[in-house]
Design a protein. Structure first.
Length: 365
């Protein structure tokens, strides 16, 4: 959308915008692409132009502050062209507009802030007048930190155990007319995998059968939730065997995905299941967005409100026992064998087939 349309819709003028918030598409910087092929196109991917589009909005609107979200991969050492580009574009805005945008960034895990989901994302905050943003300290942590390391009590006294998948969706029963039956060849293998595990259970390093090689599939392949832990990261475009799946060996409903993303309960989603899952899987957890927005308001706009978070999830405690694990159906026994481990990042079958070489891209100042 042209920047002038944004100003017209908001009734504001350039320089009068308080905060600009956005999350340019992250696929060019996703870890999965260069885990398989050894690298990704990153800035050469056409979708990476959205970084330019976002910073064009910053230049055209000159907000007092802006917040940009992306995948952790945008800041990986040796693969950080996207982050370097953002710094370069910010310096250009400061030169041409006479601003003093100072950038602060951090990789945050949503579970550390009360979200019932392990979701790691990169956040970048800039302030027009040179104020440096201080990211909020984590409020939650693994329960093992409190039981196994009592000597850390002083450092952890302000933190509480993670909010779990059971806290978020344990009391929810999806409508009977919602089709949540797993699809595909591997669907009947799900009941043989314990809660919180994935296909790695059936390798030579875990307790199942040797059906797969270690790390030869995506982490989310046959991945299941555990009641007593946060959910694994929700996927935007999963295949039939890609989780996380419910501990009852079914797909998650739209409402369950929304709760794990801490979305407000009154939202309505438009489109079929695939479209709804893309909307939910691509989103920033609402609770984490609320926490960052409150911190930006406090640090940059002088608000000292002690108002409680509106989206926090109350722990339910009393987590039921894990679901029983079933045997492997006979149809899968043909896969038994001594499977080789994955040889490492960039050395997999697809990387060898394409002969792909890692690339570095120099960016001029």
């Amino acid at each position: 959308m042209p920047s002038h349309k944004i100003l017209e819709a908001s009734g504001l003028h350039k320089g009068r915008v308080d905060v600009l918030i956005g999350g340019p598409p992250c696929q060019p910087f996703s870890k999965s692409s260069y885990w398989v092929s050894g690298d990704s196109r990153r800035l050469e991917d056409p979708r990476a132009t959205t970084l330019h589009a976002y910073m064009r909005c910053v230049e055209d609107l000159l907000p007092q502050a802006f917040l940009l979200e992306n995948v952790h991969g945008i800041s990986y050492s040796g693969k950080e062209e996207g982050f370097v580009l953002l710094e370069k574009l910010t310096r250009g805005i400061n030169r041409t507009a006479g601003t003093n945008y100072v950038l602060s960034w951090r990789v945050l895990s949503a579970a550390d802030y009360g979200v019932p989901q392990i979701r790691t994302r990169f956040f970048l905050v800039g302030h027009r007048d040179g104020k440096e943003f201080q990211f909020p300290q984590p409020t939650h942590g693994p329960e093992s930190e409190f039981t196994e390391h009592p000597e850390l009590e002083l450092q952890l006294h302000n933190r509480i155990p993670y909010v779990t998948a059971w806290d978020a969706i344990g009391d929810y029963n999806p409508p009977r007319d919602e089709d949540l039956v797993p699809r595909g060849y591997w669907a009947e293998l799900l009941p043989s995998i314990p809660e919180g595990e994935n296909y790695l259970w059936h390798t030579n390093r875990k307790g199942g059968l040797r059906l797969f090689g270690w790390r030869t599939r995506y982490w989310s392949f046959l991945l299941k939730l555990a009641k007593n832990r946060p959910s694994w990261t929700l996927q935007a475009q999963p295949g039939p065997a890609i989780g996380p799946f419910h501990w009852k060996n079914r797909r998650l409903s739209a409402e369950e995905m929304a709760r794990l993303q801490t979305f407000p309960r009154n939202l309505k989603y438009i489109g079929g299941r695939g479209s709804v899952q893309r909307q939910l899987g691509n989103a920033v957890p609402s609770l984490l967005a609320e926490i960052l927005a409150r911190e930006i308001r406090k640090q940059f706009f002088g608000s000292l409100s002690a108002e409680e978070s509106k989206l926090a999830i109350e722990p339910k405690r009393a987590v039921p026992p894990a679901e029983p694990v079933q045997g492997v159906p006979s149809r899968y026994l043909i896969h038994l064998g001594d499977h080789s481990d994955h040889p490492g990042e960039g050395k997999g079958r697809r990387a060898l087939m394409t002969g792909h070489e890692p690339r570095r891209l120099a960016l001029p100042d």
